[in-house]
Design a binder for this molecule. Structure first.
Ligand code: PEP
Ligand code: MG
Length: 539
C-alpha cells in the first residue's frame, strides 16, 4: 500500500480504480513489424472515436440544437471515410505505429484541405485534425469519456478545468485527485456540488504505474491510499458508514424552518451550476437557489445558447423550485471559466481582465439574449437577477438600463414577465464592499462572493496552488468587508446574503447572523448541516 497526502477539498470516502487522465498528446513514432496488431488497434480506436462522436452528437442535439449537432455528424463520417482509413493503413503497412500513422495522415489531409480555394473545404482542415486527435487519444487511452467507465473510477489528473470536471458528472466517477489545483477554484466548488470526494495537490500521483490500480480517497484528511491493505479498507469502510450515518441523522432537518433559538429567520439557499444540480437542491431541502452560475450553460455548449434554449433552462429551474426564489447570476465568463467561441484574446492577468459584467456591458447582444430569457422565465416562478463583478455604480446603472431596454422590448411584444423582479449584485470586489452604502440605494439585494472577494482583497490568485496557504478567508480584512456590506445593506433596507464558499463555514455562522446577514447560499450537500447549526444558535 502506498499513502500520499494532499489537501482535501471535499470530505467523504471514495473507492475506485485509478484512471490517469492527461489531455496532453505527445505522439511518438516508432517502427514495428507487427502490422496486423497495429491495424487492429487502429480499428478499435476508430470504433471508440466513432461512438464518442455519435454520443456527442446526440447530447448536443438534445441540449443545444440540431443545427449545432451537425458538425459531429460530419466528424463521424470523416472517421469512416475510406480514403482517410486506407491512408492510415498504408502507413501502418509501411511499418510504423498506429498513433504516428494517424498523426501523419491527419496532417497531410489538413494540408490538402487548406490548399483548396473553397472556404467550406478549408474549414475541414480543423475537423480532420480534431478527429485524428480523438483517434490518437483513444489509441493512447487518454480519452475521458466518463459515461464509458464500467467500474467505479477515481480520476487522477494534473489539473482539471471546470469544463472537464463537468464531464465527470455523467460517469461512473467516485472521486478525483489532482497533482496541482487550488481549493478555491471552480473545480473544487464543482466537486462539492457534485458530492465527489476530492483531494488536490498530491505530488507524484500522475505515475502511469498507478493506472487501473484500486485506490481509496479520504477527502476529509486529504489522504490517498493506493492498493490499500485490508486493515485500511476496513477502517475506511467503517469511517464511511459513520459519516453516512451522520448524514442520515441530518435528514430530520428536512422541512424544518431555518430559525435561530432567538427567533431570527435565515434564508438557507443552495448554489448550482447546471440543471443536474437541481435534484441535489431539492433532496437537501434548500429554500431557494442563491446562485445559479449560468456561465456553465455556455461552457457546456459548442456555440452561444439561444434565447429559447436559455429560457427553457431558467423556466424549468423556476418551475421546479415551485415559488421558491431562484437567483440567476448573469454570465460570469472569464478567468478560469473559458469559452472558446467567445473569442476573448489571451490576457496576462485574466482574473483582473475582461470578464463577467465587463464582457456583458460591451457585448450587449449576448447580455440582452440572456436577460430576455431570464425575464421570460420570471413569469413561471420567483426569479431574481444578479450581476457579477460589479465595481462601480456606473456598471450597475448601465446593466440596469440594458435590463430596462429588454423589458420594453418584451412589453412591446406583449410577452409576460415579473414586473417586480428583484435585481441584486454580487459583492465580490473590495470596491463594491467599500461603496456598498451607495450601491445599496440602487439594487434590491447583495450577495457576497467571498471567493473572489478574498482573491482581490488579499491579492492571492484563487487558482494558484503555490499561494494556497495565503488564501485566508478569515483574514480580518475579509470579515470587516462582509460586516460593512451587511450593515450598509440594513441601513438601506435591503437584504444581504453570502454565496461564496465561506457561507458554509460553520465557525463563522454566528458572526454572520449577528452582523445582519439574512441569507446563506451553499453547496447543496451543506444545507442540512448548516440548518442544524443555525437552529442551535442564540442570535
Ligand atoms: C465568489 O466569487 O465568491 C462566487 C460565489 O462566485 P464564483 O465562485 O462563481 O466566482
Ligand atoms: Mg466570483
Amino acid at each position: 500500500m502506498i499513502t500520499k497526502n494532499g489537501k482535501g477539498v471535499f470530505g467523504g470516502i471514495a473507492f475506485g480504480k485509478i484512471h490517469i487522465f492527461s489531455d496532453h498528446i505527445d505522439v511518438k513514432k516508432y517502427f514495428t513489424s507487427d502490422t496486423a496488431k497495429e491495424k487492429e488497434r487502429f480499428e478499435r480506436a476508430c470504433n471508440k472515436a466513432f461512438d464518442e462522436t455519435i454520443s456527442l452528437m446526440e447530447k448536443t442535439k438534445e441540449d443545444v440544437g440540431k443545427k449545432e449537432a451537425e458538425i459531429f455528424e460530419i466528424h463521424s463520417m470523416m472517421i469512416r471515410d475510406e480514403e482517410y482509413v486506407s491512408a492510415v493503413e498504408s502507413r501502418i503497412e509501411g511499418g510504423i505505429n498506429a498513433e504516428a500513422a494517424v498523426k501523419e495522415t491527419g496532417d497531410e489531409f489538413a494540408e490538402k484541405f487548406l490548399s483548396l480555394e473553397d472556404s467550406y473545404m478549408k474549414q475541414r482542415a480543423a475537423d480532420v485534425i480534431d478527429i485524428s486527435e480523438r483517434i490518437i487519444k483513444a489509441l493512447m487511452g487518454k480519452s475521458l469519456n466518463a459515461k464509458d467507465l464500467k467500474e467505479k473510477t477515481i480520476v487522477v489528473a494534473h489539473d482539471l478545468t471546470p469544463s472537464q470536471t463537468v464531464q465527470l458528472r455523467e460517469g461512473n466517477i467516485s472521486g478525483f485527485i489532482t497533482e496541482g489545483g487550488s481549493g478555491n477554484s471552480h473545480t473544487a466548488i464543482l466537486a462539492r456540488t457534485m458530492n465527489l470526494p476530492a483531494v488536490i495537490g498530491v505530488k507524484g500521483i500522475m505515475d502511469e504505474a498507478y493506472e487501473g490500480i484500486d485506490a481509496a480517497i479520504d477527502g476529509s484528511s486529504g489522504t490517498i491510499y493506493i492498493a490499500p491493505n485490508n486493515t485500511t479498507m476496513k477502517r475506511l469502510e467503517d469511517k464511511k458508514i459513520k459519516s453516512d450515518g451522520e448524514k442520515e441523522l441530518l435528514q430530520k432537518y428536512k422541512g424544518v424552518k431555518t430559525v435561530t433559538k432567538s427567533g431570527k429567520e435565515i434564508m438557507l439557499y443552495a448554489n448550482i451550476s447546471n440543471m443536474a444540480d437541481l435534484d441535489m437542491v431539492l433532496a437537501n431541502d434548500a429554500e431557494g437557489i442563491g446562485l445559479f452560475r449560468t456561465e456553465f450553460i455556455f461552457m457546456e455548449s459548442r456555440t452561444f445558447p439561444s434565447e429559447e434554449e436559455q429560457f427553457e433552462i431558467y423556466k424549468r429551474a423556476a418551475e421546479k423550485m415551485g415559488g421558491r426564489r431562484v437567483i440567476i447570476r448573469t454570465l460570469d465568463i472569464g478567468a478560469d471559466k473559458k469559452v472558446d467561441y467567445f473569442d476573448i484574446p489571451e490576457e496576462e492577468n485574466p482574473a483582473m481582465g475582461f470578464r463577467a459584467i465587463r464582457i456583458c456591458l460591451e457585448r450587449t447582444n449576448i447580455f440582452k439574449v440572456q436577460l430576455k430569457a431570464i425575464l421570460r422565465a420570471s413569469a413561471f416562478g420567483k426569479v431574481a437577477i444578479m450581476f457579477p463583478m460589479i465595481c462601480t455604480l456606473e456598471e450597475l446603472r448601465k446593466a440596469k438600463s440594458i435590463l430596462n431596454e429588454v423589458k420594453l422590448e418584451l412589453d412591446f411584444a406583449g410577452i409576460k414577465y415579473d414586473r417586480n423582479i428583484e435585481v441584486g449584485i454580487m459583492v465580490e470586489t473590495p470596491a463594491a464592499a467599500i461603496i456598498s452604502d451607495i450601491l445599496a440605494q440602487e439594487c434590491d439585494f447583495f450577495s457576497i462572493g467571498t471567493n473572489d472577494l478574498t482573491q482581490y482583497t488579499l491579492a492571492v490568485d484563487r487558482q494558484n496552488s503555490k499561494v494556497n496557504s495565503q488564501f485566508d478567508t478569515h483574514h480580518e480584512s475579509i470579515l470587516r468587508l462582509i460586516r460593512i456590506t451587511a450593515e450598509n445593506a440594513k441601513k438601506e433596507g435591503i437584504w444581504t446574503g453570502i454565496c461564496g464558499e465561506l457561507g458554509a463555514d460553520e465557525s463563522l455562522t454566528e458572526k454572520f447572523i449577528k452582523w445582519g446577514v439574512d441569507e446563506l447560499s451553499v453547496s447543496p450537500v451543506y444545507v442540512l448541516s448548516l440548518r442544524k447549526k443555525i437552529t442551535e444558535l442564540y442570535v
